[in-house]
Design a protein. Structure first.
Length: 238
């Protein structure tokens, strides 16, 4: 497989006919991805798949992983850029500072990936003033990191516009809705497809690129969880 291409999930319509058609993401240009769906819909499993595949196929990449809840990524304990609970702010600040440094220069860098699990629950752990500061940094990252070899991936049960200041939610090029998103969530992320989106099982849902080509997708459950965790560990510890 060419360097920089990852295959996060398969086309569900082909899958139903017994055909495995993987969907490809080209990670050689900056990506912003948002994964949404109710609790238990498979967001973290998908995000783990995506980040571990990035780790394997984007050579030299460094992943910062912010896990405010510290339930699903405990195996990353001790890795250099794994941050949990209140340390997430430290991780975010470190990442943001590297980004600001990159903005000042014009050169090529190694790939840098920020994954924030349940971004809203982390954000809501702060008083209003700090929330605003994080959101404005997030908006700057989403808007200006495009030419700086930076990927940003977040998961959110409810990706309310108020969590993404000055319309920065619109910067997400890859959007995934899993399982049974509420009407409200569909309207937030894929309003033009609200009549086509149906309730799906866990790990199944929809995907758009730049708000086009609605595709029904399935996240095959990872076969080798240990290898996936090892891949992720190495990029988070780089
Ligand atoms: N693609 C999948 N195929 C089969 N089972 C899955 C898949 N994804 C998730 N699951 C099952 O569903 C459970 C919940 O998944 P996951 O933790 O990823 O959900 P979540 O959306 O992150 O939930 P929360 O919002 O509570 O963090 C997993 O423990 C797993 O057993
Ligand atoms: Mg989760």
């Amino acid at each position: 497989m060419a360097d920089g291409i990852i295959k996060p999930f398969v086309d569900e319509n082909y899958w139903q006919y017994g055909v495995t058609k993987w969907i490809e993401w080209d990670m050689t240009s900056s990506a912003r991805a948002i994964i949404s769906g109710p609790s238990g819909s498979g967001k973290t499993v998908l995000a783990t798949g995506i980040t571990s595949k990035i780790s394997r196929h984007l050579s030299g990449c460094e992943i910062f992983l912010l896990d405010y809840k510290n339930v699903d990524f405990a195996y990353l304990e001790g890795a250099k850029h794994y941050f949990k609970y209140d340390d997430c702010l430290e991780g975010f600040t470190q990442f943001y500072d590297i980004f600001e440094e990159r903005l000042k220069q014009n050169t090529t860098y190694n790939w840098l990936v920020l994954y924030i699990d349940e971004y809203p629950s982390w954000l809501l752990s702060f008083p209003a003033k700090e929330q605003k500061e994080i959101m404005s940094k997030m908006a700057r990252l989403l808007n200006l990191s495009r030419a700086k070899q930076i990927h940003i991936i977040v998961s959110a049960q409810k990706p309310l516009a108020e969590f993404f200041s000055v319309g920065s939610r619109e910067s997400f090029s890859f959007k995934v809705l899993l399982q049974a998103p509420s009407k409200e969530t569909i309207n937030m992320l894929m309003p033009s497809y609200k009549d086509e989106i149906e309730t799906c099982p866990t790990g199944v849902g929809y995907y758009t690129v730049n708000d086009a080509n609605l595709t029904k997708i399935r996240v095959p459950f990872p076969q080798n969880v240990k290898a996936m965790h090892d891949d992720l560990w190495s990029a988070v510890n780089r």
